[in-house]
Design a protein around this ligand. Structure first.
Ligand SMILES: Cc1cc2nc3c(=O)[nH]c(=O)nc-3n(C[C@H](O)[C@H](O)[C@H](O)COP(=O)(O)OP(=O)(O)OC[C@H]3O[C@@H](n4cnc5c(N)ncnc54)[C@H](O)[C@@H]3O)c2cc1C
Length: 406
């Protein structure tokens, strides 16, 4: 949404100015580059880490948290202004599983000492959390997970493995679902644990993705001892914690995602102004390409408008719900269409493998004009957008149930 459509009050304008000045002062060329080179959700870890620390120093480390825990206490409209300005400034995105996913669960289900211990470390950018849900035999059907946790004195002893754990190589903690009992219903007997990654018996093995990058991992647990006070919620009732977390997962960063899609539409337009159409003109003059881009733009504008409305109508900090799930799915599918168009636009340049040049501090110069560097990694990374966080079939099943009541 453009700010003009929002019709800001004088106070809101001054808030907007405050946010803009913050970005003007803190967005260094390195941070800009880290965001530009992000092909999937998170920027290079180190730049995300530094950025979280800057946000925290300003008091904006976790705006949606309750004020007493460090939240900003903004109105819904201030949140929207923040999101729009953030999309405009494009800072690097830190891995947010701690701040956005496990934190709301610790706030809701944690003991006072868990809240006191974990929350300040997350907001300060000292603790980084990986999500330990999926297993080789449990993805969409998460409740069939098998990683076993057997009680022994004051500890649980863990054996098994988690897979696709994004950025687990950087995380010092992992929130996990483990099997504590075999009960008739598979959703029962699951427990939610908060685990230190440096516990003996944990091994993180890289999995290299389709773009040749090390983003996720398989994590092996062999006789790993986790103290009982690291359980979140009750034993065997971790499924209710997991469900609470999923409520947040669907909405995390939605406005930023749709604003980013709008920015990417402009990016493709710019590429089309630079690329030849093979008939002596530029791709932007090609009627077929222009039609595809226009259709995409209309769909992106609609998704962005709907995402803004969602923020305005939900109280700050409230779980975003089924509409957010619908919009998340829609924007992920649009993101994929968009990357296909970007790859089409750069033609044979798309075949170049330039991963050595795609680090902020890379010392390998990219080949070709600057605009050809990111379409291919972006295209490849976006293939995962309709797998991670739930496949389209699973989302549509959920929507049929929760939105349509089928
Ligand atoms: C980039 C990326 C990052 C990830 N990061 C993490 C992470 O940090 N932590 C974590 O725990 N997990 C992570 N995941 C795992 C992700 O949550 C799972 O991949 C996802 O839940 C799908 O599970 P699966 O891969 O086992 O596929 P499956 O569940 O085996 O699905 C295979 C196919 O069957 C279809 N299908 C399955 N069940 C049904 C059904 N009931 N009805 C209709 N169709 C069905 C699916 O739609 C899909 O097409 C990540 C995945 C990716 C790609």
């Amino acid at each position: 949404m453009d700010m003009d459509t929002l019709d800001l009050t004088a106070e809101e304008r001054s808030f907007q100015q405050e946010v803009r000045s913050f970005y003007d002062e803190n967005m260094t060329p390195e941070f800009r580059r880290a965001a530009e080179l992000t092909s999937w959700t998170f920027a290079e870890f180190e730049f995300g880490r530094r950025w979280q620390k800057i946000l925290h120093q300003r008091g904006w480390g976790a705006p949606t948290w309750p004020v007493e825990l460090g939240g900003a206490g903004w109105s819904a409209r201030q949140h929207l202004i923040w999101e729009i300005e953030t999309a405009r400034a494009r800072p690097p995105t830190p891995m947010w599983m701690g701040r956005e996913l496990v934190a709301p669960c610790i706030i809701k289900f944690g003991t006072p000492s868990q809240i006191e211990f974990f929350l300040p470390r997350i907001i300060a950018g000292d603790d980084w959390w990986a999500q330990g849900y999926s297993e080789p035999g449990a993805g969409s059907d998460l409740a069939s997970l098998q990683l076993s946790a057997v009680k022994d004195g004051d500890d649980y002893v863990l054996n098994g493995s988690k897979i696709w754990s994004t950025f687990a190589q950087f995380a010092n903690r992992m929130f996990m679902l483990v099997r504590t009992s075999k009960l008739p219903k598979k959703q029962q007997g699951i427990t939610f644990l908060l685990v230190d990654m440096d516990t003996p018996g944990i091994e993180v093995r890289p999995i290299i993705n389709i773009a040749g990058e090390h983003e996720f991992n398989q994590v092996f647990f062999t006789d790993v001892r986790v103290p009982r006070e690291r359980r979140l919620g009750k034993e065997d009732e971790g499924w209710s914690v997991a469900r609470h977390l999923l409520l947040y997962e669907h909405g995390a960063g939605l406005v930023r995602t749709t604003s980013e899609l709008r920015r990417r539409v402009r990016w493709i337009r710019d590429i089309a102004d630079l690329e030849a159409d093979g008939r002596g003109g530029y791709l932007s003059q090609d009627p077929d390409f222009s039609r595809k881009l226009a259709l995409l733009e209309i769909a992106v504008e609609a998704a962005d408008f709907a995402a803004d409305q969602l923020i305005l109508t939900s109280a700050s900090g409230a779980p975003p719900g089924a509409i957010a799930e619908l919009l998340t799915l829609r924007s992920r599918e649009l993101g994929q269409t968009l990357t296909e168009l970007a790859v089409d636009a750069i033609g044979y340049y798309a075949a170049l493998d330039q991963r050595e040049s795609r680090f902020v501090e890379a010392n390998v110069e990219p080949v070709g004009p600057p605009h050809i560097l990111m379409p291919t990694p972006f295209f490849l990374a976006q293939r995962a957008a309709t797998i991670a966080g739930g496949t389209p079939e699973i989302h549509r099943n959920n929507l049929a149930k929760h939105l349509l009541g089928l």
